[in-house]
Design a protein around this ligand. Structure first.
Ligand SMILES: [Zn+2]
Length: 115
């Protein structure tokens, strides 16, 4: 399998490719990790683990009995490549990928609207 050292053009809406390179094999831009499935947005909640970030994703759930939406949210563990620097409170875009560990099935693609 070829190792992708070049920057891949993922064409994610609202996300620009990172300006720095990295050697992370599980990087969607520089590694061999493929993003497939859903693309979600969320807020960074914790970045304490190495190469991992906890993202809070908010969404609307339609309650049929009361015929209105309610706000729900879930925490998603996402892999954080070395080339993407985030801090708590950042709005990020994450993409679904293959399971990288027991709880990590998403990868951070970049800061929304940022570089
Ligand atoms: Zn990278």
């Amino acid at each position: 399998m070829p190792a992708f050292k070049e920057l891949k053009n993922l064409k994610i809406p609202g996300v620009n490719p990172p300006s720095t390179r990295c050697e992370d094999p599980n990087c969607p831009w520089h590694g061999t990790l493929r993003v497939r499935g859903v693309i979600l947005e969320g807020i960074v909640e914790k970045t304490r683990a190495k190469r991992m970030a906890v993202i809070r994703h908010e969404y609307l759930y339609y309650d049929r009995k009361y015929m209105r939406y309610e706000r729900r949210s879930k925490k998603i563990h996402a892999h954080l490549p070395d080339c993407i620097k985030v801090k708590e409170g950042d709005q990020v875009v994450i993409g679904e990928t293959r399971p990288l560990s027991k709880t990590v099935k998403f990868v951070v693609l970049g800061i929304k609207g940022g570089v």
